[in-house]
Write a protein that binds this ligand. Sequence first.
Ligand SMILES: [Zn+2]
Length: 136
Amino acid sequence: MTTIQAPAYRLILRSSAIHGSGCYAGEPIPAGAFIIEYTGERIPAAEAYRREADPGRPGIYTFWTGLNGGNESRFINHCCTPNCDYRIENGRVFIHAARPIAAGEELSIDYSYSPEGERIPCGCGSPACRGRINSL
Ligand SMILES: [Zn+2]
């Protein structure tokens, strides 16, 4: 059995300007630092598209859908200019800071949906928003 690595920094969940609930840094996080292991449900891209199309779930769908019992990682929203990235090691997903993150900043990653899939509109609000969650 795999032991899930605990978050390395204090994280705060509250409503997000991007979508639904968001995950915020509760303290400064240096560039490159490990933040949290993703523990939620991993779904194929096609399933993410299907759920996004569900009229009961308007807006940006959280690609990494959390199951009950998942940790704060499931609240990390997509942004086209994210402050986090993720590394996959032995089938596990580790989220790291892509740059220094200030206390109170919302954590975000680039979901990079397949460009071949259905286009999912993005409303992340970044000046460099590419208008869709799919990669170009
Ligand atoms: Zn965007």
